[in-house]
Design a protein around this ligand. Structure first.
Ligand code: FMN
Length: 397
């Protein structure tokens, strides 16, 4: 929501009054997330059991809309079985669960890295009971019967240098500094971080290529924002203010005093997509337009085919790239709209494949598929840590 518009509508005095009544917050003007919601970023604390210690790191993995769909079973000694939480999916924008599985790959990679730090080598077997069905709607009965992976643990591991970045890694969701270009050397650092042979990685910081890719981000974002059911999928995951953030510790968290004030006054309607021309609408549009236009480079990952294991492998490679970026202070921000597989997005899905791979969008099982598309740049201020649920919530009894 645009501050000037709001003041014109409601009057400056009303803002002050509402800001002071935001529920459950000792410091009503702080936009920092409540401490308990971001405690994961302080590390495993008193956890001493090596698998729980590693898990405490893995839950910081990047994942779509911060749904944190991971569930682990620790009942078998010297093993970890990883499942997906069938309630934590995005049926409108990710109808095949492709992005959710990329998030699982990121989780697995951090888990393996953190186990190695404890001296434990993990042998990862993907899909020990067979793959999840092709579409999300068929996952329901299967999710807890078909684990994503089983990790078999043994002694003698090699520590991973990127481990040190796990608790420093954050996704920058703000405009990048357009006065600070991304160098070819920085891009090369990211590309070199991907060693998995199943993943193809490429990118650009070339001005001539930035324009069309920025335009792809912006045009595809408009489709997501203007399609009511996809927009509502995000709206339902918005958590405003300390009380909602502490209650959920997931989703899209907003804690700015202004939006909290607007929400407290009942002026932030989350029952319907923001009406065209409203300040909520203009704000959402401006946010995506700003992100798109300030992209100072792009990087993308693709696979030859689009199997469940390739999706997991993409997530593993992606988080390693974000950790490598954290090491050099560079921001990597996924712009996934053009890769979303709902019907209204089709022209942009096609364009994404043309611009990045010079190929048509995949039509058969073996065709090249873009899995991740991210903008690059530097933020004026460090990106904040996002909430995570309590460790215990990820463990199957
Ligand atoms: C497969 C995948 C797709 C994502 N797509 C987007 C996206 O389109 N826009 C965005 O702002 N963030 C995107 N993200 C980043 C997540 O929103 C982010 O990881 C999550 O909110 C947690 O924040 P953190 O990475 O800072 O811990 C994506 C992450 C993954 C793994």
């Amino acid at each position: 929501m645009n501050r000037r518009n709001f003041i014109r509508v409601a009057g400056g005095g009303a803002i002050v009054a509402a800001t002071a009544t935001v529920a459950g917050c000792s410091n009503p003007i702080s936009s920092a997330y409540p401490a308990a919601s971001v405690e994961a970023w302080l590390g495993p604390g008193a956890e001493t059991e090596p698998r729980r210690w590693a898990l405490a790191h893995a839950i910081t993995a990047p994942n779509p809309h911060n749904l944190q769909p991971w569930l682990v079973d620790l009942r078998e000694p010297n093993a970890i079985t990883v499942y997906t939480d069938r309630e934590r999916t995005l049926p409108e924008t990710d109808p095949f669960g492709r992005q959710i599985l990329i998030g699982h790959g990121a989780f697995l990679e951090l888990l393996v890295m953190a186990l190695a730090q404890q001296g434990l080598a993990a042998q990862v077997t993907l899909w020990p009971q067979g793959e999840l069905p092709a579409t999300l709607k068929d996952w329901r009965e299967q999710a807890l019967q078909r684990p994503i992976a089983r990790l078999s643990l043994s002694r003698n591991s090699q520590p991973d240098a990127l481990f040190a970045q796990i608790l420093n890694r954050h996704t920058p969701k703000s405009d990048f500094d357009t006065a600070k270009p991304v160098t070819a050397a920085a891009l090369q650092t990211l590309l070199a971080s991907v060693t998995a042979t199943s993943i193809r990685v490429a990118g650009t910081v070339d001005n001539a290529r930035l324009g069309p890719l920025r335009e792809l981000c912006w045009q595809s974002a408009k489709v997501e924002l203007l399609t009511p059911r996809t927009m509502m999928e995000s709206v339902k995951l918005i958590r405003v203010g300390p009380t909602e953030i502490l209650q959920h510790r997931d989703g899209i968290t907003i804690n700015s005093p202004f939006i909290r004030a607007v929400t407290a006054m009942g002026m932030f309607d989350r029952s319907a997509p923001p009406a065209e021309g409203s300040s909520g609408y203009k704000n959402a549009m401006a946010r995506f337009e700003g992100h798109s236009n300030t992209a100072m480079g792009f990087v993308w990952m693709s696979t030859q085919g689009n199997s469940r294991s390739q999706q997991i492998d993409t997530g593993r490679a992606y988080v390693r790239m974000q950790l490598a970026a954290a090491q050099i202070g560079l921001g990597v921000h996924p712009m996934s709209q053009a890769l979303q597989e709902f019907v209204e997005m089709k022209p942009h899905y096609e364009k994404a494949h043309q611009l990045m791979l010079s190929k048509p969008a995949p039509k058969t099982a073996g065709d090249d598929t873009v899995q991740m598309f991210c903008r690059l740049g530097y933020t004026p201020a460090p990106a904040p840590a996002t909430p995570r649920r309590e460790l215990q919530k990820f463990i199957r009894a």
